[in-house]
Design a protein around this ligand. Structure first.
Ligand code: SF4
Ligand code: SF4
Length: 335
């Protein structure tokens, strides 16, 4: 069984974490089945957020009797100190616990620090002093913010998108975290659905000993795949290396990761999927996207008013309106 030591936190868990964003989309009982099954199969790290509607409540419901045997990471999007305390109090209530193992600032546009005028770092430190949280973390999609957090020495963990499609700079971030004793929690290890070979995804990440991938799980079939890696971790064979190489060639650098930080769109375009439709129709079963529902959704790209909200909010610096148009043209040709 592969274990990860999350930097200087002292947290040691199996190298398969449970990403609890998708359980928002299933019922409480269905979620409880997945969460309990994960726990009984050796998965003990659960990552959620106040922003993930009832995800915290479902974890509290399913696992509060196992509280001392699991680790819970949650997140706050607070931008004011009053919101910070309200959200932390609510998270503790929903999770049915009196402490959170890792409390993370959820994708802030800047790196909160003491004395920056927001009071947020002072508040999280106070929460730690009060024993309400055990470690301080930050999640981000912006590389400069993540690097600043790693260099600041203020964070015990950093959560950042990391997969075998990572750039050289992103790999350097992982190494910086390792040098500084910061636990690295990898979100989007399947790059928002673009990576379809989870064994290759796992085997690649396994080369980085401080990296803990959290797999977003919604279906039992998906969970079973990751559970099988608890006892039989995939090895980076020549065959899997070839899969990785092929994907890297096909996807390049400038592709939409489906993170959704560009929303809302005033023209109601489903940007996170539409902006990478060319990839999805070639990588996922075609029936999912070549149907009347998606034809209507893709046609909405014609309604774009070029407000550039999406472009200005994309952490990957994509020219989103242009990308959408290209995907729409390609989709029509593909049809
Ligand atoms: S530029 Fe177009 S796609 Fe982007 S947010 Fe504005 S209307 Fe939506
Ligand atoms: S366009 Fe950018 S912000 Fe929007 S979903 Fe894609 S990667 Fe994320």
């Amino acid at each position: 069984m592969n274990q990860v030591v999350l930097g200087n936190t002292g947290i040691v868990v199996n190298k398969n974490g449970f990403g609890a964003l998708p359980i928002q989309r299933i019922s409480k009982e269905e979620a409880a089945i997945l969460l309990k099954k994960a726990y009984h199969s050796g998965i003990t790290f659960f990552d959620t957020a106040r922003f993930y509607t009832d995800s915290e409540e479902k974890i509290g419901y399913a696992l509060s009797d196992k509280r001392s045997e699991i680790y819970i990471a949650s997140k706050t999007m607070a931008i004011k100190v009053t919101e910070f305390w309200e959200q932390l109090k609510e998270s503790l209530k929903q999770l049915n616990t009196d402490y959170i193992d890792i409390y993370q600032f959820h994708n802030p546009a800047f790196c909160p620090k003491p004395g920056d005028g927001t009071g947020l770092y002072e508040a999280i430190l106070e929460a730690k002093d009060q024993g309400l949280i055990r470690h301080i973390g930050i999640t981000n999609h912006r590389l400069p913010v993540a690097i600043e957090a790693a260099e600041s020495g203020l964070y015990d963990t950093i959560q950042f998108p990391f997969s075998y499609l990572a750039t050289h700079e992103e790999i350097q971030l992982v190494k910086l975290c390792q040098e500084k004793g910061i636990g690295f929690i990898a979100m989007k290890a399947l790059s928002g659905g673009l990576i379809t070979n989870s064994a290759a995804a796992y085997a690649y990440l396994d080369q980085f000993e401080n990296v803990l991938p959290i797999w977003g799980v919604q279906k039992e079939k998906e969970l079973d795949e990751f559970i099988s890696y608890v006892d039989h971790p995939p090895i980076l064979t020549e065959e899997l290396k070839a899969v990785i190489e092929k994907d890297r060639m096909e996807l390049g650098k400038d592709f939409c990761r489906g993170c959704g930080y560009c929303l809302p769109c005033p023209a109601q375009i489903d940007i996170p999927t539409s902006a990478r439709m060319s990839l999805m129709i070639r990588r996922a079963p075609v029936s999912i996207y070549l149907n009347e529902d998606w034809k209507k959704k893709m046609k909405k790209i014609d309604d774009c008013i070029l407000c550039n909200h999406c472009k200005n909010h994309c952490p990957y610096g994509l020219d989103t309106p242009k990308l959408l148009k290209e995907n729409w043209v390609d989709y029509q040709k593909f049809m």
